[in-house]
Design a binder for this molecule. Structure first.
Ligand code: ZN
Length: 372
């Protein structure tokens, strides 16, 4: 079954400049200059494959609009908005944590990334498309209300959720985050909100350090609506698919969202310079198919992906293509050229120490079913 899938991309996303770095550190006398791991390459090459594979002919291209100040201020403090705007006028500014550099004009590109996520959400909510993928940059899931961090300037998904609440009366939203890093921004923005379920699958204590533990469950009225699955380093397809089956599925069924948003990072892939996981394109395809089925079952198929991390310029395009094929139902026939290297790793079968973590998160998903 094919679907009408919306697709957001804009050349300006590739113009977001993260400066001359050596991966994650500034160059210095004993650090040879290179580029930042967060570079345009993985995203522009993802878009290139969508074009060259012919998949783009089967997608509905959506032109992103700039988010407005009002849109941003539903989530962020005026101080943070002003910080990003003023830093964006410098030759090399920073989002707030000292490790998230950007060049001139980043403010407008960040507004376009948040706006692109809004555009995708609007198209899904109006029924213009069945589901959507917003290939935006810079990413958003680390951005806190008053602080940019981890390459994130504005919280793209929360900005789109708050827009949807105001303009479409959406009440209950679930966020599923499979980026290898903890979705700390999304969690903190919604940790006292019972109407937004934030589920994050990530590498245990990778970034932010000591963040995203199982016992972070939200508080106040939002207690229980935060679920973390901090998978041990080295987890592969077996752990991720088990977490989807035993945690994501039951939690979404218990929560009954009206809209599912996905923080789609591909840095849990087998060759990511910032992650220590071994996920392959076939598992990303399976996770996306599961989300499509859950959205069909729970919320008339309303499913919006917003791109996050993923720093392998050569592999992210195939992981992304697999997700786009899964949500559109269109098969391009383009094989994963890395499958012969990555699919047969002994890292893939579920290990007991991974099963233990999933079991703890699974218990939280069951409790959500009892509470709601
Ligand atoms: Zn990430």
């Amino acid at each position: 079954m094919t679907r009408n899938t919306g697709y957001v991309w804009h050349e300006r996303y590739g113009w977001h400049d993260t400066g001359t770095f050596a991966g994650i550190v500034p160059p210095g006398p004993m650090v040879q200059p290179f580029h930042n791991f967060e570079s345009p390459e993985s995203k522009t090459r993802f878009n290139s494959l969508v074009e060259v594979s012919g998949l783009v002919e089967h997608l509905t291209k959506l032109r992103p609009a700039l988010a407005t100040e009002e849109d941003v201020l539903r989530v962020h403090t005026p101080r943070h908005l002003e910080h990003i705007r003023s830093q964006s006028e410098a030759q090399l500014g920073d989002a707030g944590d000292g490790w998230s550099p950007f060049g001139r004009g980043a403010y407008e590109i960040a507004l376009l990334a948040a706006g692109g996520t809004i555009t995708a959400t609007e198209a899904v909510l109006t029924g213009a498309v069945d589901n959507a993928y917003a290939l935006v940059r810079p990413p958003g899931h680390h951005a806190e209300r008053d602080l940019g961090m981890g390459y994130c300037l504005f919280a793209n998904i929360p900005i789109a959720i708050e827009w949807a609440r105001v303009h479409h009366g959406v009440e209950r939203v679930a966020v599923v985050d499979y980026d290898v890093h903890h979705g700390n921004g999304t969690q903190h923005i919604y940790e006292d909100d019972p109407d937004v379920l934030a589920i994050s699958l990530h590498q245990d204590r990778l970034f932010p350090q000591d963040s995203g533990l199982v016992d972070e469950r939200g508080f106040g009225a939002g207690a229980g609506a935060t679920i973390n699955v901090p998978l041990p380093a080295g987890s592969g397809n077996g752990a991720y698919l088990a977490a989807f089956e035993r945690v994501v599925g039951p939690a979404l069924r218990a929560f009954k969202p009206q809209l599912i948003m996905v923080a789609s990072g591909f840095d849990a892939s087998a060759v990511d310079p910032l992650g220590g996981m071994t996920v392959t394109a076939s598992a990303y395809r399976s996770m996306a198919s599961t989300l499509v089925a859950l959205a069909d079952e729970l919320c008339d198929g309303r499913l919006v992906f917003s791109h996050e991390g993923g720093y392998s310029p050569v592999y992210v395009p195939y992981c992304g293509l697999a997700v786009l094929e899964a949500i559109s139902g269109v098969e391009t026939g383009v094989p994963d050229p890395y499958a012969h290297s990555f699919e047969h790793s002994p890292a893939h079968p579920l290990k007991p120490w991974q099963d233990e973590v999933i079991g703890a998160s699974e218990a939280l998903a069951r409790q959500l079913g009892l509470v709601v």
